[in-house]
Design a protein around this ligand. Structure first.
Ligand code: NAP
Length: 434
C-alpha cells in the first residue's frame, strides 16, 4: 500500500487526488489535508458568490472525496501544526496544492494606508473566509479604485456595484451583503497600466458589466487603437476588446459608473491618515508592449483602493522557493525526490479552474512513474499523521465532520435572512459538538 498526502483542497488538490486514485486504484491511500475544517479552497473562498455555475464543479470533487482510499484531514495547518518533513516521514510522496493566497504588493508609497486592501482580502471578506471576517472595507466614500485589468479586478468592481436584488441566488455572506447594501460608492475607477489590447479579462466576465442594474461601464475610445488593429488579436481577446468598445454605445442613466482608465500606472496613494486619492502616471506602450511612463500625472479620488494585481504562494519551511515567481521552485511539478507541487503553487496564479485538471493529472502521472504500486515500508500514512496530531492536541476534521459542518451551514443559510454563512473556524468546530 502506498500513502500520499495532498496538501490543499482546492481544485488543484482535488484533481491530483482524483488522478492518483485512478492511477493506483486500491493500492494507495490518498489524504487531502487542509488548514480549514472544510474543503474547496478557491471554490469556497475565491470564486465570486454570484458565479454559482463555476462553483458547481465542487460536485465533482465531492465524488473524489467519496472514493474508497481518499480521505480528508482538515483543520491542520502544514507549516505550523505539522511540518513538510513530518509529512514526508509518514507518506511516500507529498504534493503541495496550497494555491496562491497572498496578494502581490504594489510597491508604491501609501499602499499600507487604511482604505487600501488587496483582492485576496476583499474577495475573502465577501466569500466568508475566516481570516477576513473582520475586514470591514470602507464603503462610506463615493469613489473607489480597482487596480489591475484581470478577471479578479472585474469580480471586485462588479461586487462593489451590484444591488441587493442582484445578489439573489448567490451565496454571498450576510455581513458582506449588509455592508455592500449601505455602500455610498458611486464611481469605481478600474486602472490598467497598459491598454485595451493588453487586458487579461475574458469575454463572458466583461460582458456581464453591460447588464448591471445600477452601474454603467464607461470607456474612452481615444484609448483604443483603430478598430482594424483588433484583427491581429487572438479570437478570445478580440471578443473582449469588442465588448469593451461596445460599452461606449450603451445609452442609459444609472446611478453608478465603472470607469475604465487605461494607460494608468499608480505611483502613490495619498491621504490624511487614510486613502483619499491615487497619484497616477499616464503611460504608453514601449517597443516590447510594456508600460512606459510619459511623465504626465493626475489624481484619481478613492477612499477605497483594491489592488488586484495577482497573487503569490507563501514560502513553506525549507521547501525551495522561487522568490520572483512567488511559487515553489519546481521542474514540471517536481520539487525534490517525493515532493511535488501542483496548481498555482506550481505555475503561478494563472489559468481557470479547469487548467488545474491537466496540471494535477500530469503530476500524478509523474508520481506514479517514479513510484509504482508497492509497499511504503514503515511509513504509516494517515493513521501515523492522525496519531501525531492527537499527541499535539489538534482536533483534525474528517469527511463526516465536514458534512456535518456543511449541513449546519445550509441550515443557517435557510433560516438567515439575508443568506448567512458561518465564517469562523470556531463556529465550524462548535457545530461538531465536542
Ligand atoms: P491576472 O489575470 O494576471 O491580472 C493581473 C492584472 O494586474 C493585469 O492586468 C496586470 O497588468 C496587472 N498588474 C500586475 N502588476 C501590476 C502593477 N504593479 N501595477 C498595476 N497593474 C498591475 O490576475 P488576476 O486577475 O488576479 O486573475 C488570476 C487568474 O484567475 C487569472 O488566470 C484569471 O483569469 C483567473 N480568474 C478567472 C475568473 C473567471 O473565470 N471568472 C475570475 C477570477 C480570476 P499587466 O498585464 O500589465 O501585467
Amino acid at each position: 500500500m502506498r500513502h500520499f498526502a495532498v496538501v490543499g483542497s482546492g481544485p488543484a488538490g482535488f484533481y491530483t487526488a482524483e488522478a492518483l486514485a485512478k492511477a493506483y486504484g486500491e493500492s494507495a491511500r490518498i489524504d487531502i489535508i487542509d488548514r480549514y475544517p472544510v474543503p474547496y479552497g478557491l471554490i469556497r473562498f475565491g470564486v465570486a458568490p454570484d458565479h454559482q455555475s463555476l462553483k458547481a464543479v465542487s460536485k465533482r470533487y465531492d465524488k473524489v472525496a467519496e472514493t474508497d482510499g481518499v480521505g480528508f484531514i482538515g483543520n491542520v495547518a502544514v507549516g505550523s501544526d505539522v511540518s513538510v518533513d513530518e509529512l514526508m516521514e509518514r507518506y511516500d510522496a507529498v504534493i503541495l496544492a496550497i494555491g496562491a493566497p497572498h496578494d502581490r504588493k504594489l510597491g508604491i508609497p501609501g499602499e499600507d494606508l487604511p482604505g487600501v486592501i488587496g483582492s485576496a482580502e476583499f474577495v475573502g471578506w465577501y466569500n466568508g473566509h475566516p481570516d477576513f471576517a473582520d475586514l470591514d472595507p470602507p464603503l462610506g466614500g463615493t469613489h473607489a479604485a480597482v487596480i489591475g485589468n484581470g478577471n479578479v479586478a472585474l469580480d471586485c468592481a462588479r461586487i462593489l456595484s451590484k444591488t441587493r436584488a442582484e445578489f439573489e441566488g448567490s451565496d454571498i455572506v450576510g455581513h458582506a451583503l449588509e455592508t455592500l447594501d449601505r455602500s455610498a460608492i458611486k464611481t469605481i475607477t478600474i486602472l490598467g497600466r497598459r491598454g485595451p489590447h493588453q487586458i487579461a479579462m475574458t469575454p463572458k466576465e466583461l460582458g456581464e458589466l453591460g447588464h448591471l442594474e445600477a452601474a454603467l461601464p464607461i470607456v474612452d475610445l481615444k484609448d483604443f487603437p483603430p478598430v482594424e488593429a483588433d484583427d491581429a488579436l487572438e479570437p478570445g481577446q478580440r471578443k473582449s476588446v469588442t465588448i469593451l468598445r461596445e460599452f461606449n454605445s450603451i445609452r442609459a442613466n444609472k446611478p453608478k459608473s465603472m470607469v475604465f482608465d487605461f494607460f494608468a500606472k499608480p505611483l502613490a496613494i495619498e491621504g490624511d491618515g487614510r486613502a483619499e486619492r491615487l497619484i497616477v502616471e499616464r503611460t504608453e506602450l514601449d517597443e516590447k508592449g510594456g508600460a512606459r511612463g510619459t511623465g504626465e500625472t493626475y489624481e484619481v479620488p478613492a477612499s477605497l483602493v483594491i489592488s488586484c494585481i495577482g497573487y503569490s504562494t507563501p514560502p513553506l519551511g525549507d521547501v525551495p522557493y522561487d522568490q520572483r515567481g512567488g511559487k515553489f521552485l519546481n521542474e514540471s511539478g517536481k520539487i525534490n525526490d517525493r515532493l511535488y507541487c501542483v496548481g498555482w503553487a506550481r505555475r503561478g496564479p494563472t489559468g481557470t479552474i479547469g487548467t488545474n485538471r491537466p496540471d494535477g493529472y500530469e503530476v500524478a502521472e509523474a508520481v506514479a512513474a517514479a513510484m509504482p504500486a508497492g509497499s511504503s515500508g514503515d511509513r504509516g500514512g494517515g493513521e501515523a499523521l492522525k496519531a501525531l496530531l492527537a499527541e499535539r492536541g489538534i482536533r483534525a476534521t474528517n469527511f463526516t465532520d465536514w458534512r456535518r459542518i456543511e449541513r449546519a451551514e445550509e441550515a443557517a443559510a435557510r433560516s438567515g435572512s439575508p443568506r448567512e454563512k458561518m465564517v469562523r473556524v470556531e463556529h465550524w468546530l462548535q457545530t461538531l459538538g465536542d
